[in-house]
Design a protein around this ligand. Structure first.
Ligand SMILES: [Fe+2]
Length: 310
């Protein structure tokens, strides 16, 4: 081989080798360290009527619990120390058929706080092995194999026994600190199971009292956000995106796993449609897919939203 070609080959091998080593280091960091580097993002949202005191809302999403996740369990149990007034759980709690009991145990202190919930696809079906690279190829789909069904009813009865409000294609209300909160929620739009339920019927007396309209869904597909906003939602909670899960430092998410623009894959933004607008809070999620247990430049998070007077 001419010496020029040989040199080119050696340089190429060196570049490929360095790239592989950097890639392996990133995977090791993302799977061993960042995946368990739990954090709490704090936001303030001006949606309450004038004169109201602040309300602290803890948003949990995409816990993807697997038995034996002791670091995650300890962190979840400690979240009650934030003293939230309300917990909003936007689904994908499970990633294993035996996860329900240890998950409910990990959430025990938070189940003593008023809460609302909707399911995600991973609360219905156990995860199946997929090529982790498929995460970067657009919204995930069910594989051809028959997925293993999970005991969703048992999970939801655990939440319901604690008094959490099931918003699966349902509406409901609760009063906190003298303020009526109206909720509407849908089943997971990623599975196209959503059926919009509208707002709770209130009657004349309720219509006169101050109210806040809050909508909840697992996957923030645009058709669902538009529907909520058209109908006057002031604040929308969603998860599902994992914040992109594998992000580029200084750039952000490469995918949202739905049709939400990637720059909205995590955080508090305004959603506008038909001349109306809502606050949109998308959680970056607490867990990962069981078969792609890596996070990069996207720490697992719970979100503490302080609702304040508008
Ligand atoms: Fe998820």
């Amino acid at each position: 081989m001419p010496s020029g070609l040989a040199r080119l080959g050696r340089n190429l091998a060196r570049v490929v080798g360095t790239g592989a080593a950097v890639g392996a280091a990133c995977v090791a960091y993302g799977s061993l360290l960042e995946r368990n580097a739990f954090t709490v993002r704090e936001e303030a949202v001006p949606v309450l009527p004038a004169g109201s005191g602040p309300l602290r809302v803890l948003h949990l999403s995409d816990i993807h619990f697997v038995p034996g996740q002791n670091i995650k369990t300890r962190w979840l149990r400690g979240l009650a120390g934030l003293k939230p007034d309300l917990v909003v759980n936007t689904g994908d709690n499970l990633s294993h058929p035996d996860a329900i009991a240890p998950l409910l145990d990990a959430l025990g202190p938070l189940l003593e706080v008023p809460g609302v919930f909707v399911p995600g696809s991973n609360d219905y079906y156990a995860p199946t092995f997929k090529n982790p690279a498929s995460y970067l190829l657009g919204p995930s789909r069910m594989t051809g194999k028959e997925p293993q069904e999970l005991d969703t009813a048992r999970l939801h009865s655990g939440f319901g026994a604690a008094g959490w409000l099931d918003l699966t294609n349902r509406a409901g209300s609760m009063t906190l600190q003298g303020l009526r909160l109206d909720f509407t929620g849908v089943d997971d739009p990623h599975l196209r199971r959503e059926k919009y339920a509208g707002w709770p019927a209130g009657g004349a007396k309720a219509a006169q009292s101050p109210q806040v309209k809050i909508a909840v869904a697992h996957a923030p597909y645009q058709r669902v956000l538009d529907r909520f906003t058209d109908d006057g939602a002031q604040l929308i909670f969603a998860g599902h995106t994992h914040g992109g899960q594998l992000c580029v430092p200084g750039y952000g998410a490469l995918v949202s796993n739905c049709d939400l623009p990637t720059w909205r894959a995590k955080g508090l933004t305004r959603w506008e449609h038909g001349g109306r607008s809502s606050w949109l809070e998308v959680s970056g999620g607490i867990g990962t897919s069981r078969f792609a247990p890596v996070r990069f430049a996207c720490r697992p998070e719970a979100v503490l939203l302080t609702l304040t007077p508008a």
